[in-house]
Ligand binder design. Structure first.
Ligand SMILES: NC(=O)C1=CN([C@@H]2O[C@H](COP(=O)(O)OP(=O)(O)OC[C@H]3O[C@@H](n4cnc5c(N)ncnc54)[C@H](OP(=O)(O)O)[C@@H]3O)[C@@H](O)[C@H]2O)C=CC1
Ligand SMILES: O=C(O)C(=O)Cc1c[nH]c2ccccc12
Length: 353
């Protein structure tokens, strides 16, 4: 303890840093994982503090998702521990239903995150055996620095904390609207527009489909390769099937079987410009974290030509994009479905081994 007080005192220089000793873990992030951790600790009677940079739980779900979003894995794979989804939820809950469930989950387990509190750094102090977690609390234009001292740190900030915005030549000269997929809500305002969707992950595919459904004309950039799988294979969830097979079979064999089954359901998708990676879908998820696309209708639109699949981008110019094959397209808007990244490396200070 003496060590601890010395530690906390070091920083109390010109302006006083407020600090608290947490008698249990500090959980960073009030998304599904942070909430699940907090609920399990609550049940065990372990105290904790949840720190959340946004002013609400599950901010990615509440603020950075489009209207038509549904879970694309069956509900039994997405519910949090100790409280199942309500019986009347459909197999694939909507974003609204999922948020509603998370809100009632937090309420049920009496989880009260500290909102608007952003972790700046977390460092483990070997001498004292404590974590030192520095935060900034924002309230209007006020910023207050704070520090938590705790024995355990739970990192629950996810893989999608920050948007990835690529630096593509000429993007600044394009002149039309450019948004990231996290700011896309619906295709309504793109009616009649020619839209370039950059990226063909689940976001790129679903945004392109939504644009079609709102009578816009999307071109979707596929710069490398992508695994498109059906959401269901012969009435069974593809994810469930893969999950089941993995109990008995090695991953390479499950990958082979999944690709055979996928071929039976979807046919050869490479002829539509959707080249498959050389590594199987599960192996790719495992080694590179790249999620397969679970098709919910975009493929039909690609086959019918309503979604135009195009190769990588060379450069943008005013109202136009030039592709790597030399083709030039007139476009009105650009949607960057270029993915997300974790922000953990920017604040978690771990010693290099
Ligand atoms: N219904 C659901 O449950 C949904 C789930 N998700 C999930 O959210 C997570 C994020 O998905 P998503 O937003 O699609 O991001 P992803 O990281 O999965 O995909 C990003 C895409 O952008 C491409 N890309 C990146 N930079 C460029 C560039 N400069 N030029 C051309 N293409 C580029 C990537 O291509 P490359 O592969 O060549 O790098 C890739 O196709 C995933 O886990 C996904 O499964 C997303 C939407 C819906
Ligand atoms: O949606 C995600 O983030 C997933 O991880 C889905 C997923 C991972 N591995 C799979 C294998 C087959 C189908 C879906 C998935």
């Amino acid at each position: 303890m003496e060590n601890l007080f010395r530690l906390a005192d070091q920083d109390q220089g010109f302006f006083q840093r407020k600090w608290t000793l947490v008698n249990g873990p500090v959980i960073v992030g009030a998304g599904p994982s942070g909430l699940a951790t907090a609920a399990c600790l609550r049940e065990q009677g372990v105290p904790y503090v949840v720190l959340e940079r946004a002013e609400c739980i599950a901010s990615l779900w509440q603020k950075r998702t489009y209207d038509r979003l549904k879970l694309h894995l069956p509900k039994q794979f997405c519910q949090l521990p100790k409280m199942p989804f309500p019986e009347d939820f459909p197999e694939y809950p909507t974003k609204r239903q999922f948020i509603e469930y998370l809100e009632s989950y937090a309420k049920h387990f009496d989880i009260n995150p500290k909102f608007n509190e952003c972790v700046q750094s977390a460092r483990y102090d070997e001498t004292s055996g404590f974590w030192r977690v520095k935060t900034v609390v924002t309230s209007g234009s006020n910023r207050t620095e704070f520090e938590y001292i705790c024995r355990w740190l739970v990192v629950a900030t996810g893989e999608n904390a920050e948007r990835v915005v690529p630096d593509i030549e000429g993007l600044a000269e394009f002149g039309g609207e450019i948004i990231h997929a996290c700011d896309y809500k619906s295709g309504e305002k793109f009616q009649g527009k020619k839209v370039l969707v950059v990226g063909c992950g689940n976001s790129g595919m679903e945004v392109s489909l939504d644009l079609c459904n709102h009578n816009a004309s999307p071109s979707m950039v596929v710069r490398s390769s992508v695994h498109v799988l059906p959401r269901e294979i012969f009435g069974k969830s593809t994810y469930e099937l893969a999950f089941f097979m993995l109990k008995w079979l090695p991953i390479w064999l499950v990958d082979k079987l999944m690709l055979i089954l996928t071929w039976l359901v979807l046919g050869n998708v490479e002829k539509y410009g959707l080249k498959r990676p050389s590594i199987g879908p599960l192996e790719l998820k495992n080694t590179r974290g790249k999620t397969p696309v679970l098709d919910i209708g975009a493929l039909e639109k690609i086959k019918s030509g309503d979604i135009n699949v195009v190769p990588g981008i060379k450069r943008f110019s005013s109202g136009e994009v030039e592709l790597l094959n030399g083709e030039k397209l007139d476009i009105d808007s650009v949607i960057l479905a270029t993915g997300y990244r974790s922000n953990v490396p920017s604040w978690l200070q771990v010693r290099e081994c």
